[in-house]
Design a protein around this ligand. Sequence first.
Ligand SMILES: *[C@@H]1O[C@H](CO)[C@@H](O)[C@H](O)[C@H]1NC(C)=O
Ligand SMILES: *[C@@H]1O[C@H](CO)[C@@H](O)[C@H](O)[C@H]1NC(C)=O
Ligand SMILES: *[C@@H]1O[C@H](CO)[C@@H](O)[C@H](O)[C@H]1NC(C)=O
Ligand SMILES: *[C@@H]1O[C@H](CO)[C@@H](O)[C@H](O)[C@H]1NC(C)=O
Length: 500
Amino acid sequence: MVEKSLKIALCFLCVILCHSFSAFAAAPDESAPLNEDAENFFPTDSAVLHDKISYNMRKSLDLGDGACYLQPGKKESIVACGFNATLRTILIIHGWTMSGMFESWMHKLVAAVQRRESEANVVVVDWLGLANQLYPDAVNHTRRVGQSIATLLDWLQEEEQLQLENVHIIGYSLGAHVAGYAGTFVNGIIGRITGLDPAGPMFEGADSYNKLSPDDADFVDVLHTYTRGALGVSIGIQEPIGHIDIYPNGGDVQPGCTFGEFLSAASGNFMEAMKCEHERAVHLFVDSLMNKDHVSYAFQCTGPDRFKKGICLSCRKNRCNSIGYNAKKMRKRRNSKMYLKTRADTPFGGYHYQMKMHVFDRKNAENADPTFYVKLYGSYNDSSNLIVDVTEGIGLNLTNTFLVFTEEDIGELLKISLRWEGPSDSWTSAIKHLGSSFFSWSSAASQKILEVRRIRVKAGETQKKFTFCAEETEISPGEEIMFVKCRDGWEVKPRKRLHY
Ligand SMILES: *[C@@H]1O[C@H](CO)[C@@H](O)[C@H](O)[C@H]1NC(C)=O
Ligand SMILES: *[C@@H]1O[C@H](CO)[C@@H](O)[C@H](O)[C@H]1NC(C)=O
Ligand SMILES: *[C@@H]1O[C@H](CO)[C@@H](O)[C@H](O)[C@H]1NC(C)=O
Ligand SMILES: *[C@@H]1O[C@H](CO)[C@@H](O)[C@H](O)[C@H]1NC(C)=O
């Protein structure tokens, strides 16, 4: 474990440093433009920097084709680009780059935004030249790029009576903090800023003025997908910085990114895994634009551990919200942490169930250390066999609460099958088989028995609650019992204790 985290830490440093150095080392190839820029990096006149930032107004899906640039101060560019200030304006900002080119997610995001909002003004903020630098230098430029965007928006307000409430800025990684600065410097309040896994290094713990914060727009929503720290730094910022902060899958291990496998392999693969988790925020957002009728919900919770126990599946008092583009404005909250589980691929949304069951130790089960498996049977479909994920183990003679996630929509939940096994059950059952004729008395004596009388279920997506009961409630390892929907007598009936 220690070795593993050390490896992560080293790879992480390598990403921050080695790639910065390689970008640095590559500089002589382009020495002419770079030398020229050197003096301009910290200009007193911010107009110089405007040359390094362009506003690529999208009309077609091809980023290279038919580019039209909005040029603050040049009114003819508004007409030429067909910018219509009465419509919604969506700005997309990229982050730090090692290639100096748009990454493939940009094309996907632009296409998805255009498909969903065919009328909107879609503008890609291109600051590639300033982002393709040593990471600390790129960070240093975020403020000025934000200032430049504010200048553009102020110009559009003056020239075209643009309403800031119709402006939505979407920023990925460092781009999220650029969006924050744009919100800080603009005259007025931007409608919405979405931060897609905002960058962590040099922003974590910074004061709210120097990173994306709820003060930067009327509604700031943030998706955090890569918040695993190493040596005190994390690629995606860990702390909540919006009105709502959504941590899919706890904000660290994203399904389908197979971090563990990548880790033992070459660092190139490590980079792939890292990119997969960091970029997942973008793909979740694209998913929310494309799959309008398969909305994913996130639930407010104080932390990932409580969420994993299924404690936080409430939608009361706006405690749940749809994620990504479909999120409802929640301006009264600040840094509200929300969680959900997702599938490994698009459509990412799944279904959450809270389950509660009291597990009685009926016989010899003190050290049973049981693992439970459930299968959900629904009106449309059945789930696969799902392992009940409880970190501290199942508590005996206690009520256990846990979260079950299904990838398919099973429809209305009709019945639940439940099975349990101890850690050594395959071994004991083999012995049992072997010696059944000789030692049947002893295996019977050591037989462990648990009892579950009811399972109470709350479906996160529908907020419906049901109780399920079984006829035979005592279960031996490997045995399966079926629970069917029954009337909830849990609270009403006084509980009778069985004595042995
Ligand atoms: C801008 O959009 C509005 C609403 O769709 C439309 O009525 C108006 O004609 C458009 N203006 C221009 C210049 O295209
Ligand atoms: C950022 O820019 C300022 C000047 O504007 C400079 O003094 C500072 O050293 C830069 N920081 C980094 C980390 O490059
Ligand atoms: C659970 O309760 C039963 C009956 O009261 C008792 O025999 C058993 O030892 C308890 N088991 C645990 C693990 O506490
Ligand atoms: C039911 O679920 C299985 C996977 O568990 C899936 O392959 C199948 O397509 C689903 N059927 C329907 C009707 O959704």
